[in-house]
Design a binder for this molecule. Structure first.
Ligand code: SAH
Length: 346
């Protein structure tokens, strides 16, 4: 067992890279018990038992990119493509607001159909109608100028997972026209502009090693994001990684706890992917130190078409049912699902 390392991590919010590597590679179930107990304690110091909900609106399944892991990649000819109109997006928000959501996350493939003007219009309408709500964007890589325009239109937060902080690994997950360097530049622009910024990575993506994971943790620690999205990789049958293994539950939970201890105030979702690889995945995520859930507000008719990976959960239920179901699940962990913007603790 690694009691000394875990105590140090709890006290100092960090460990040297070689100790992180040792802890991850030779972790025991006793390690996880202690680590997750400390992680929850840390989370509680800043957020109490509150778990924040974000309404996810998957507005487009068109994508000009060709990331090897993602079902929306442009080479996937079997993918069904759709776009939501600004009015459809707004009616998702109307429904979400009534259900208690105070954060709306607009996520989509990188779809050139939506110009800055269109996005600024959508963001402006949401903020005008719901000034008490935060708007989070997850639109992939754009220019700093574009990020600035969307920010000035009222967007509050931006999620852009870095996917992996190792150059060589990055090049195995992405086509040649994409680079870690550009991804990191985007994240720095977002922070500079003033967005509450989120990075993150997939656990168990093909070719990931413990060294990659240690680099991810170091990267996150240095970037100091407001949010970190960590979920297991899950294969999608119509991608080059269709026959690769999914990321593990237990490693994902271990990393959630590590991140909570390294960045005590970070907003950390128990992701849908985590709920997909294990029926109790999100509950276990909360117990490991996560404090955010992101139920789907997309119209039920398009949900199956936003297929990042196979067997994604919650594609058949109405948003209201998802909120009810999640509330029960969070209750069972001793947490409380709250209706609040849920900004990062000061
Ligand atoms: N186009 C946006 C949104 C991408 S979807 C962007 O580039 O940021 C959001 C996240 O889903 C991605 O960042 C990726 O980490 C995750 N994802 C994609 N394919 C996945 C898969 N097969 N398994 C698990 N997560 C996946």
């Amino acid at each position: 067992m690694h009691r000394e390392d875990i105590e140090k991590l709890y006290a100092n919010t960090d460990l040297p890279d070689d100790r992180l590597k040792e802890l991850i590679d030779n972790r025991t179930s006793e390690d996880f018990s202690l680590l997750s107990r400390y992680a929850r304690e840390r989370c509680r110091e800043f957020y109490g038992d509150r778990v924040f909900m974000r309404g996810l609106i998957e507005f487009s399944s068109y994508c000009k990119n060709d990331c090897l892991y993602c079902g929306l990649r442009r080479s996937n000819k079997n993918a069904e493509r759709y776009r939501l109109t600004p009015d459809e997006i707004l009616s998702c928000c109307d429904q979400g607001y009534k259900l208690g959501f105070r954060t709306f996350v607009l996520q989509g493939g990188e779809d050139n159909f939506y110009s800055d003007e269109i996005f600024c219009g959508i963001i402006g309408s949401i903020k005008e109608k719901y000034p008490d709500c935060a708007v989070t964007l997850s639109l992939g890589e754009r220019s700093e100028e574009s990020y600035k325009r969307l920010f000035d239109a009222g967007a509050d937060r931006y999620l852009l997972r870095h996917e992996t902080a190792d150059n060589e690994h990055y090049s195995k997950l992405h086509p040649r026209n994409m680079s870690l360097e550009n991804r990191v530049e985007c994240l720095k622009s977002l922070k500079r502009i003033g967005y509450q910024t989120g990075c993150g990575f997939m656990v168990g993506s093909p070719y990931q090693t413990t060294d990659c994971i240690v680099k991810d943790l170091r990267f996150i620690k240095e970037l100091q994001p407001h949010m970190a999205g960590i979920g297991p990789f899950i294969p999608h049958k119509d991608t080059p990684f269709g026959d690769k293994a999914a990321g593990g539950l237990e490693l994902t939970l271990f990393l959630l706890s590590l991140i909570r201890l390294m960045l005590p105030k970070v907003l950390l979702p128990a992701t849908t992917a985590l709920g997909t690889i294990d029926p109790m995945g999100r509950e276990k995520g909360i117990l490991a130190g996560a404090n955010v859930v992101m139920p789907n507000l997309s119209p039920v008719g398009v949900r199956k078409k936003y297929s990042l990976y196979d067997n994604k959960i919650c594609t058949g239920e109405e948003a209201a049912e998802c909120v009810q179901c999640l509330k029960k699940r969070i209750d069972s962990t001793g947490g409380e699902l709250v209706s609040a913007r849920g900004d990062c603790a000061e």
